[in-house]
Design a protein around this ligand. Structure first.
Ligand code: TXA
Ligand code: MG
Length: 317
């Protein structure tokens, strides 16, 4: 069973020996291993039960260290990096040969990110290699936002989870790639679209799933609880039902038991809602109910990314 702890030396030693461990970030917890060691990377795929066609994000603590990971940094990418790193932003950049093909699933680009979490920044600073880390959940399930979430699901397969407290942002990073030096958003996430556009002007958003997704986080069935989740339309209420629960934004619905309804943000704050989103979905999944209703969030700030996750978690009505 994984030990949960805050010992950076233990984490460092395990990673240097080629193990994979849980690490905190401001978005969600990651399942981390040495990105430059193909055996460690392979372990990540195995522990997560993740298909090898789905590439990983490489994490580091300083923009200078990216010299060994990417071969070019378009102007728009640099502006975004300077403005939002460390933070919930992942950039897709041309891959350096040093990065194993397994990390990028054979793609010519590598996803890179400087996370904003003091414990993990200190860990990354102490290592002489970057960390490949997908979200630390079994493939297809809800991402973890506490060390306990990681231990609950992957604890039998990993030795250690570094505990950095609940993730502050609560939703995965926003993924941005570049086509002819123009930014394209491939995954909505913890950095709001409005903030990106304020800096570099309007950007294309291409997060729809296709048969050959560029970012498999775009797969339409993803981030899902085990129980069926029905995403309501704006203004729609569920029918009264004793065996139903609900994820709501500001206040519970009439007709469902209050105990089975989790309120994301009583004050209507999208950031607070994002922070609670995945923990509440897990909690609903563990309640004695048969079905989960979810209310869509207002499409502002992180509301876009949350609605995207709820859509992918949902079944057809
Ligand atoms: O916030 C996050 O991004 C978290 C924390 C741990 O950093 N990580 C995370 O990783 O969400 P993961 O593996 O669950 O999602 C990464 C997404 C996947 O959808 C993957 O397909 C996409 O990034 N991706 C990675 N490399 C890519 C590449 N070269 N081109 C396109 N998509 C890529
Ligand atoms: Mg994931």
């Amino acid at each position: 069973m994984a030990q949960i702890g805050t010992d950076l030396q233990v984490a460092k030693k395990l990673l240097e020996a080629g193990n994979v461990i849980g690490i905190p970030t401001e978005t969600v917890y990651g399942l981390a291993g040495n990105a430059l060691n193909p055996d460690a990377v392979l372990k990540i795929f195995q522990v997560k039960n993740r298909p090898s066609f789905d590439p990983l994000i490489v994490h580091t603590d300083s923009i200078h260290k990216l010299d060994q990971l990417v071969t070019a940094f378009p102007e728009a990418a640099l502006r975004l990096a300077n403005a939002f790193w460390p933070g919930p932003l992942t950039l897709l950049l041309p891959k350096h040969d040093l990065v194993p093909d397994l990390v990028t699933a054979g793609l010519p680009t590598v996803a890179v990110r400087i996370p904003n979490h003091s414990l993990t920044s200190n860990l990354l600073r102490s290592l002489d290699f970057p960390l490949a880390a997908p979200s630390a959940n079994p493939f297809g399930y809800i991402s973890p936002t506490t060390a306990q979430h990681v231990a609950d699901q992957l604890g039998a397969q990993i030795p250690y989870v570094l505990d950095g407290g609940p993730s502050n942002v609560g939703i995965e990073s926003t993924i941005v790639g570049f086509e002819n030096n123009k930014a394209v958003v491939f995954r909505l996430g913890g950095l709001a679209l409005e903030q990106i556009e304020q800096l570099i002007g309007p950007v294309a958003v291409r997060t729809h799933s296709t048969s050959n997704p560029k970012a498999p986080g775009m797969l339409s069935s993803h981030y899902a609880p085990r129980k069926p989740l029905i995403l309501l339309s704006a203004g729609e209420s569920p029918d009264p039902d004793e065996r139903a629960g609900a994820l709501v934004f500001r206040e519970p619905f009439g007709g469902l038991q209050n105990d089975y309804q989790l309120v994301l943000s009583p004050t209507g704050d999208p950031n607070e809602a994002a922070k609670n989103l995945f923990a509440y979905l897990r909690a609903l999944d563990n309640l004695p109910i048969d079905i989960i209703y979810a209310e869509p969030l207002p499409n502002v700030g992180l509301g876009w990314a949350m609605n995207d996750r709820l859509r992918r978690a949902s079944v057809e009505k």
